[in-house]
Design a binder for this molecule. Structure first.
Ligand SMILES: Nc1ncnc2c1ncn2[C@@H]1O[C@H](COP(=O)(O)OP(=O)(O)OP(=O)(O)O)[C@@H](O)[C@H]1O
Ligand SMILES: [Mg+2]
Length: 292
């Protein structure tokens, strides 16, 4: 029996806060049905974590799943387990004693909980080196405990990653191939227009178009001209629309509101340490604003 049946897939898509990523979500669910761990990857702010949480919540019938955010300081201690001082206090007797503490993956397997590892590539590969067998054959050997754990039936493991972002580690080919990569990219202009209208129904169409033009152009500058390190995310589009809406309500004119919000988001998408990069987004904002 499959984990996500046709009706489940429809329900997951219909209730997902993230719009316009239906195909990616369907592919992810199909691979989970086949028992493979999946990796949602792509540029920041386009809904990877939200989609992962939504799938996990559905599969776990609520928030009864484990999640962790990977960080640079993570080791096998956090994933599989290791020895932990019994007391960090001044009690000399106790602080010489150690207990074995299970890591989050071990606990998930033992307690039959699904698992989400957010920002997977922010931890070095060494944190995951003991998981290769689990990821490919479904078995985790716990050396110190002389114990072997099996991947539970219908176990769901989803990780998210910003491949190549500042502060992330490059994955080895061996680790990468143990996941099914699902790309969460920029959604369509049509979908983003609907998203804006759902957040700010009263926003003038001309301003909605200006925000969408700004987003589109930043993505082109990133992908084609490589003059920006990334394009504006859907999250950035929503923030611009909401800022414009509230500022206009407070009496600001549409043009100023647009320039302000574009410049705020500009700092996020540009290389903030590079004057030319910042200048590129600012000039783009002024060019689009001149039509307002
Ligand atoms: N396609 C979309 N439809 C609706 N909302 C969206 C969409 N894409 C992004 N958002 C909004 O952006 C917010 C941020 O998304 P989320 O944190 O899941 O992105 P992310 O890809 O995990 O980002 P990061 O790479 O920075 O972790 C969401 O909560 C949602 O409000
Ligand atoms: Mg995220």
């Amino acid at each position: 029996m499959v984990l996500f049946k046709r009706d489940d897939i429809i329900k997951i898509i219909e209730t997902c806060q993230i719009k316009g990523q239906d195909e990616a979500i369907i592919r992810a669910l199909m691979y989970l049905n086949l028992g493979y761990p999946i990796m949602l990857y792509g540029p920041p702010g386009n809904g990877k974590t939200t989609i992962a949480e939504h799938i996990l919540r559905y599969a776990s019938r609520g928030d009864d799943y484990y999640r962790m955010e990977a960080t640079e300081g993570m080791t096998e201690y956090h994933t599989i387990g290791g020895f932990h001082p019994l007391s960090m206090s001044g009690n000399a007797e106790l602080s010489r004693q150690f207990i074995y503490k299970d890591g989050i993956v071990t606990r998930a397997l033992q307690e039959n909980k699904n698992l989400l590892i957010d920002e997977f590539t922010r931890a070095p590969a060494t944190a995951y080196s003991g998981l290769f067998m689990l990821l490919s054959t479904g078995v985790l050997h716990l050396e110190y405990r002389e114990l072997t754990l099996q991947r539970p039936k219908d176990w769901v493991l989803v990780v998210t990653a910003n491949l190549g972002d500042e502060g992330t580690f490059k994955m080895s080919a061996a680790l990468k191939r143990r996941f099914i990569p699902i790309f969460i990219g920029y959604t369509s202009r049509f979908t983003e227009e609907k998203i804006i209208k759902s957040y700010t129904p009263g926003l003038q169409p001309v301003l909605i178009n200006a925000i969408l033009d700004f987003a589109e152009e930043t993505r082109r500058l990133w992908q084609e001209e490589k003059s920006l390190p990334q394009g504006l995310s859907t999250d950035g589009v929503i923030k611009m629309a909401r800022y414009c809406d509230i500022s206009i309500e407070e009496g600001l004119d549409a043009k100023t509101a647009f320039i302000d919000s574009a410049m705020h988001q500009g700092v996020i998408i540009a290389d903030e340490t590079d004057y030319v990069s910042l200048q590129t987004v600012n000039e783009l904002a002024l060019k689009i604003a001149s039509r307002l």
